[in-house]
Design a protein around this ligand. Structure first.
Ligand SMILES: Cc1ncc(COP(=O)(O)O)c(C=O)c1O
Length: 389
């Protein structure tokens, strides 16, 4: 059959049909334990009745009015984000991570326009999105090829120390992921980040933390910034917040960072997305408070450590909470592991720096974790047998 889609994705030949908990079923009824959650989106897994009810009731009632009018659940969600972040934040709603980052770049540049500053320093191996502002912020030159010129004013530091070297009198912002998702699930050192945050404050340079992947309890805390005990000037959220409904948020300390007409979005924060975000947060807050999220994190970490102990395929463990990476030893192929995972019925992700990435739903059951790791052990034995090890 002819396929009328553009070829910008490298897709596996599987059609999923439905899901339950952290388990997906394809059209032939084959089960897959999901250790990927649609790249960190399906934070509450599949088939959650409470979520379905809230969203479908809203679908029947009202989906969209535009931001010409007040939207009660959007206001409620903004308040909730500020409350759970544990410091005062004011939100702008968009529809994706890249849009959230675009709005962060605009906000920061507006702040800098008063003093003629516009430059933003980001990190090598970072990933901030695919639209021009966010792509320009992304410190991976290979992604810029064929799409030049990028937006002016971005530079890419090798590590945190190098950020200080790249700051000059035109710098208005520093933008980082506290754990680089695409860049190998590598957490930045906590003390260095805290020192950087203090330094930037003293220079009136804004700190933007891209929490698109790390936010909404992915690390075990509401924000990775909470885990790092910092209060960035700007954070961006997306992925896990909508439980599969598209949403993006840019939240900032700067109450008057935008004035009417500075920025906007037709769909951003409509009734559907805001109700979805509120319900996801309500469900995950309960999981956090009851200690169930922590139990899952502990079991997941234990099983990952056992993989490193048992199989020379996996050399070291990286990441925090339920955002994890395993380094793959020399002679082993990341793609083979992911493909074998699908054969065995466990969904795994790749990340940069030759690492296997794990982003399971935050509501995954302990049994599903055990089943997923059982499958990984099986496929790992097969790989080792093939290598004659
Ligand atoms: C850290 C980070 N920032 C931004 C993005 C872009 O988000 P989206 O694909 O929703 O535009 C992603 C996702 O791929 C991401 O992981």
């Amino acid at each position: 059959m002819k396929n009328y889609l553009l070829s910008n994705y490298n897709r596996f030949g599987i059609y999923f049909d439905r899901g339950e908990g952290a388990t997906l079923f394809d059209r032939d009824g084959k089960r897959y334990i999901d250790f990927a959650s649609g790249i960190g989106v399906n934070s509450i897994g599949y088939g959650n009745n409470e979520f379905s009810k809230a969203v479908s009731e809203q679908v029947s009632k009202l989906l969209h009015t535009s931001n010409l009018f007040r939207i009660a659940p959007q206001e409620e969600l903004a308040e909730k984000i500020s409350q759970l972040s544990k410091y005062q934040l004011f939100s702008f709603f968009a529809n994706s991570g890249t849009e959230a980052n675009e709005s962060a770049i605009k906000l920061v540049r507006k702040y800098g326009s008063k003093t003629g500053r516009y430059k933003i320093v980001t990190l090598e191996h970072s990933f901030h999105g695919r639209t021009y502002g966010s792509l320009s912020a992304t410190g991976q030159v290979s992604l810029h090829e064929n799409f030049q010129p990028m937006l002016d004013g971005f530079s890419y530091a090798k590590d945190i120390e190098d950020i200080y070297n790249l700051i000059d009198d035109k710098t208005i912002g520093v933008m980082v992921e506290l754990i680089q998702g695409e860049g190998g699930v590598e957490p930045l050192p906590k003390e260095e980040i805290q020192r950087l945050a203090q330094y930037l404050k003293s220079k009136d340079i804004l700190l933007i933390v891209d929490e698109v992947q790390t936010g909404i309890y992915r690390t075990g805390e509401f924000l990775a910034s909470n885990y790092y005990e910092i209060e960035p000037d700007v954070i961006t959220l997306a992925k896990g917040l909508g439980g599969g409904v598209p949403i993006g948020v840019m939240a900032t300390k700067l109450e008057n960072g935008f004035e009417a007409g500075d920025h906007g979005s037709t769909f951003g924060g409509n009734f559907l997305a805001s109700v979805a975000g509120l319900k996801v947060i309500e469900i995950l807050e309960k999981e956090y408070k009851s200690g169930d999220l922590q139990k899952r994190i502990e079991l997941f970490e234990k099983r990952l450590n056992q993989l490193v102990e048992k199989f020379p395929i996996y050399t070291s463990l990286h990441g925090i909470g339920l955002m994890r990476g395993l380094s793959i030893g020399k002679g082993f192929e990341l793609s083979t592991i992911v493909e074998k995972g699908l054969e065995h019925g466990v969904i795994l992700l790749k990340s940069g720096r030759n690492r296997l990435r794990f982003l399971p739903p935050l509501t995954i059951s302990l049994n599903e974790i055990e089943e997923g790791f059982f499958k990984i052990e099986k496929l790992s034995k097969e790989i080792l047998d093939k290598h004659g090890k």
